[in-house]
Design a binder for this molecule. Structure first.
Ligand code: WT7
Length: 694
């Protein structure tokens, strides 16, 4: 399945220098290891698991599973019988056995240049133990779910690993989501405690997290699910005389920018809303906590975390990952895909609130004892050179970002990039959506100066780690292709009837067998897990992505094939946005489609049919945008809303999104519309296309 030969021309190769020290140094070596990983998985993974600490060893086969719904319940078990603790592996093991205590775990770089903090492995271990004791003192036990809604600060990592240490299950909600989304997630996973911060800045925009948290908890209460504990970290506010009690900010944390530039907003933090019956202050709690905490030994298949991702029905899915398989997979992919070396300074720009941050800021890098940059800010703040300023400041060697960020920076040309040296960079990575060859070339030539291979990593919240990806010193790269499977991953391309296609072909991307990092269930709804991923093509895990295999065997992701949109590398379901629109009294019906966008990949184009008697105007449009933002979060803000007195439907009443996509793009070649019930609707929609902003 992996081709014997890959092209040597018209492709890009990693440098000879890289090959000298790389873990996988040639395509032949990759092929050999790949074969071993699928033919003798036990032997292959056994070598990798040796790097970890196991309280007890596993007994059965490395992987035990049923991937075929027609044969019964879907299950995946990895390393049954083993017990371990991931926090112990990430911290204690590195500090005590590997003697990395004084090594920097994170260089925290705040939103304001100049805000910085250094945390070593030893310090991180202490902070995590203290906070784990805090959680215990608040009654959190093994298996309990804890919601985390925090900015990109070191304490976010501390909070997640403290959960892991005591066997609690973290559910991190991206701090850009709305109160409504947070409430929905808290309730779905029945969290007993929320951890948040007062607020943070994204560029010059203040996000008042505590207010949003309060609103979310009020919503939970109103819906009959009271959560009576909320731990708040003071990130922005000074400790002196505010309600959470008297305390000073941690010694090394500085926020000069906030005090100088943002006096007005800063004032607002002198009275963080505070409810003494629910709210608890992080610093006060930690002050009295011991920095020793025995880890809770967990079974391989104990739950590790829940992370919500959009579902095509509109209801977010709680993707559940478990202990051993996820740890081994996140660690192995990090090591091999970024060719991790001990003197690396690695930087992944994602937010920990997404799976990329879980696997490739926290778990993968810490499992390898790596030094990372943890960045709170934005690529464009205070100016569009910020990324490269940070690269130079910390001498970053491996840099991982999203195509949407690359395209955005590309708009400003090469000048802001050339202002910085970037000579420390060795490997570049992308994730989140297909990267267009033009952006790939810019990243390769301008940012990496043709010196750094690009790893275009295809994966999903569900896959836990990279599943299709180049290995930087082994795989000749084709711009825009995620190339070949990672070890243990067996892809196939199916046609509509579920037949496997051979050779060059295009169809549904599926996987034929599990790998250690694959999700285990949808939290609280195993049937939904089976329906979404295993029902369509029995015997296969269905990714929901379309894929093409070229004549050289390279895989090219062609995009989603369900009702999902990929906006800036994040999935949104059309149904979720539609239901947010329909909740507005003036909207009778809504249909949302994706419209290609030069930076975001896709943007939201919404068609709304108004209730009788309501007229469409700018004020309503603004209200609808606000409504979506408040229900879901800023990421879902529609770019276009069009008044649609009628929607194109089939005779059976199904909305023809295919036609709406064409209208959104002003493309008049509609293809076969013989099933359309009323074709005059289409004409009308073309006529009142929203021209102003398009
Ligand atoms: C979807 C998963 C995995 C972390 C970020 C998003 C798309 C992801 C690539 C890539 C083409 C990609 C797919 C996938 N996607 N990486 N390298 N090339 N498409 O996680 O929110 O779970 O989204 O992102 O459509 O299914 P997610």
């Amino acid at each position: 399945m992996i081709p014997d030969k890959v092209p040597q021309e018209d492709v890009f190769h990693g440098s000879e220098d890289l090959k000298k020290t790389a873990h996988v140094c040639s395509f032949d070596k990759y092929k050999e290891l790949y074969l071993k990983s699928v033919e003798s998985p036990d032997e292959f993974w056994e070598d990798i698991t040796k790097d970890f600490y196991w309280k007890t060893k596993h007994t059965g086969p490395f992987l035990d599973y049923n991937f075929d719904v027609t044969k019964g319940k879907i299950y995946i078990k990895c390393m049954e019988g083993a017990s371990t603790n991931i926090c112990y592996n990430l911290l204690d093991h590195n500090v005590h056995e590997k003697k990395l205590g004084e090594k920097v775990a994170f260089y925290w770089e705040g939103n304001e240049p100049g805000d910085e903090l250094i945390v070593t492995y030893r310090e991180l271990l202490q902070k995590v133990c203290q906070f784990a004791n805090v959680l215990k003192s608040q009654g959190v036990k093994k298996g309990d779910r804890v919601s985390i809604y925090m900015p990109m600060v070191v304490e976010l990592v501390v909070a997640m690993l403290a959960c892991v240490r005591i066997g609690a299950v973290h559910s991190i909600v991206f701090a850009g989501f709305s109160a409504e989304s947070l409430c929905e997630r808290i309730m779905d996973s029945q969290c007993s405690l929320l951890i948040t911060a007062d607020g943070f800045y994204r560029g010059d925009k203040l996000i008042n997290l505590k207010l949003l948290s309060d609103e979310a908890l009020q919503k939970c209460r109103d819906k009959g699910f009271p959560v009576n504990k909320c731990i708040m970290l003071k990130h922005l506010s000074k400790g002196d005389d505010t309600s959470p009690g008297s305390q000073s900010p941690p010694a090394k944390r500085t926020c000069p920018g906030l005090q100088v530039n943002n006096k007005q907003q800063h004032q607002r933090f002198d009275d963080v809303p505070w409810n003494p019956e629910v709210d608890l202050c992080w610093l006060t709690l930690v002050g009295g906590a011991s920095d020793k905490c025995e880890p809770e030994w967990c079974q391989s298949e104990d739950p590790l975390f829940i992370l919500y991702t959009s579902g095509s029905t509109g209801k977010p899915k709680g993707v559940l990952h478990t202990v051993s398989g996820y740890m081994v997979y996140a660690a192995a992919t990090f090591k091999l895909v970024f060719d991790y070396q001990p003197d690396d300074v690695y930087w992944c720009t994602a937010d920990i609130g997404w799976i990329t941050g879980h696997s490739y800021i926290t778990y993968g890098p810490l499992a390898n004892g790596a030094t990372s940059v943890l960045f709170e800010g934005l690529p464009t703040y205070p100016d569009v050179g910020r990324m490269w300023a940070v690269v130079d400041k910390y001498r970053v060697t491996k840099f991982y970002t999203a195509p949407t960020a690359i395209r955005m920076l590309m708009k400003y040309g090469s000048e802001p990039v050339y202002k910085y040296k970037r000579d420390s960079l060795k490997i570049l990575g992308t994730v989140g959506e297909p990267i267009n060859p033009e952006a790939w070339q810019w990243y390769y030539t301008v940012v990496g100066e043709r010196r750094c291979p690009i790893v275009d990593t295809f994966w999903q919240t569900e896959t836990g780690g990279h599943v299709l990806t180049p290995l930087p010193a082994a795989t000749p790269m084709k711009p825009g292709s995620a190339t070949f499977p990672f070890f243990g991953v067996v892809p196939a391309i199916l046609n509509e009837s579920g037949e496997e296609l051979e050779g060059p072909s295009e169809g549904y991307l599926v996987f034929k067998q599990p790998w250690p990092g694959v999700m285990r269930t949808v939290y609280g709804n195993h049937q939904r897990f089976e329906t979404i991923y295993f029902q369509k093509f029995p015997g296969y895990y269905v990714t929901g992505d379309g894929c093409r295999r070229d004549e050289d065997g390279y895989y090219w992701i062609t995009g989603r094939i369900d009702d999902m949109l990929n906006v800036s590398g994040h999935l949104l379901s059309t149904a979720e946005v539609e239901s947010a629109l329909v909740e507005h009294v003036s909207v009778a019906e809504a249909a949302v489609v994706g419209r290609p966008h030069p930076v975001k990949g896709e943007s939201l184009y919404c068609f709304v049919t108004l209730t009788d008697g309501v007229t469409y105007n700018r004020a309503l449009e603004a209200e609808l945008k606000k409504q979506v933002r408040e229900k879901i979060g800023a990421i879902a803000t529609p770019d276009f809303i069009q008044n649609a007195p009628g929607l194109p439907k089939t005779r059976s009443g199904k909305i023809m999104r295919r036609v709406l996509r064409k209208i959104a793009c002003d493309e008049h070649e509609l293809g076969d519309i013989s099933t359309l019930a009323d074709s005059s609707v289409v004409e009308q929609l073309f006529q009142n296309r929203h021209c102003a902003a398009v």
